[in-house]
Design a protein. Structure first.
Length: 367
């Protein structure tokens, strides 16, 4: 399963610079004027995971395949985007296809970099974007309510429950509250409505404070405000300097680690975003390890073995027999599959086994 993260924010807050840095590419134009990005830039990025390198050091495969995440650099939204301002409708539709949102917020002052409102105020900027997402959801929901009302008139019982939840949600959104903060008494109807509609303001969000070099080691007032805002909403907040991350894009992993140490930063921007996104969406990785390849596979927490096997191939789930499983720590400590078997640490797991993060697995199936 692939994870798609939409990078959003006001124009000229550093979204494209962050995209270039995080994807180690220079294919997103970055310039000091609004709407520099018009069509969304997309890039598939390998998920950094030191465990796969350690597995490969033991197995010595022909190739290594990481889990991946897709970053989508969505053009800057502006006030009025829900009504089409700044090509807003097009940009909003790009967000709808993403599983999570990385909201880049400008948290630095620089007279050489313009701001659409001429004053740096990260909370105002966040609220501008989130208001547009709510307004877009209201428009979408009103159309859905009209459609559901027609179905109810034709005695469609399922549509009646959906309509009741949709009308409750509309009142909630009209009050300036996001779809993510709405809770209906009918959870099943709400889940069905959300799955179908993919509301923008229901997306899980990570707030990213884009700072200058001076604020990397110590939070400035802007960053503290963003952290407080995120905390109040039960959301995640991270900090990065997009310009420095972009400068590091061409460095090797070793050089990058040394650079971050010199900057007194424990973890780079990409690593923070991937880790937080995986946690936010309830994702984990398991591994397959053979001489042909060592590969990481992304699944949801709580998935049972047959469903986890399906990300390799649907036939693995249909014809699942068992899963030969070794814990990651045991695999590394004992130096591979053979010694883990000899120590009695390879388990034969059945259909009810819940896959754990880091499991090294081999599936037996028959179709």
């Amino acid at each position: 399963m692939a994870l798609s993260i939409g990078i959003v924010g006001l124009p000229n807050v550093g979204k494209s610079t962050a995209f270039n840095a995080l994807t180690k590419e220079q294919n997103a134009q970055a310039a000091n004027y609004p709407f520099c990005t018009i069509e969304p830039n997309k890039a598939i990025v390998a998920v950094p995971d030191s465990r796969i390198e350690k597995l490969a050091a033991i197995v010595k495969p022909e190739r290594i395949v990481h889990s991946v995440v897709e970053f989508v650099d969505i053009a800057g939204l502006v006030r009025g985007a829900s009504k089409g301002e700044g090509l807003g409708n097009q940009f909003l539709s790009n967000i709808r296809e993403c599983e999570a949102i990385l909201h880049i917020v400008r948290c630095f002052e620089d007279e050489n970099v313009t701001h659409v409102d001429n004053v740096i105020d990260p909370i105002r900027d966040i609220e501008t974007i989130e208001t547009e997402l709510i307004l877009a959801d209201i428009q979408s929901l009103q159309k859905r309510i009209d459609n559901l009302a027609r179905k109810v008139k034709s005695a469609d019982k399922e549509s009646k429950a959906l309509l009741e939840v949709a009308e409750e949600l509309l009142k909630h959104l009209d009050g300036g509250k996001s779809a993510s903060s709405f809770n209906s008494a009918s959870q099943s109807a709400q889940e069905a409505l959300y799955k179908e509609a993919r509301f923008l303001s229901a997306k899980r969000t990570i707030y990213c404070a884009n700072v200058d070099e001076a604020a990397l080691a110590n939070d400035n007032a802007f960053v503290k405000a963003v952290r407080d805002y995120a905390s109040e909403r039960g959301a995640e907040a991270i900090k990065l300097c997009a310009k420095i991350e972009e400068d590091m894009a061409g460095l090797s992993d070793e050089e990058r680690a040394l650079f971050l140490t010199d900057m007194k930063v424990e973890e780079g921007g990409l690593e923070q975003i991937i880790r937080k996104s995986f946690d936010l969406l309830g994702l984990i990785s398991y591994f397959t390890a053979g001489v042909k390849e060592v590969r990481a596979w992304t699944i949801g927490k709580g998935w049972k073995a047959p469903k986890a096997a399906s990300v390799i191939h649907n036939d693995f789930e249909k014809g699942f027999i068992r899963a030969e499983t070794i814990g990651y720590e045991d695999f590394i400590r004992l130096g591979g599959e053979t010694k883990a078997k000899e120590a009695g640490l390879m388990r034969l797991e059945g259909k009810d086994y819940i896959v754990q993060d880091g499991d090294v697995m081999h599936f037996r199936f028959n179709v």
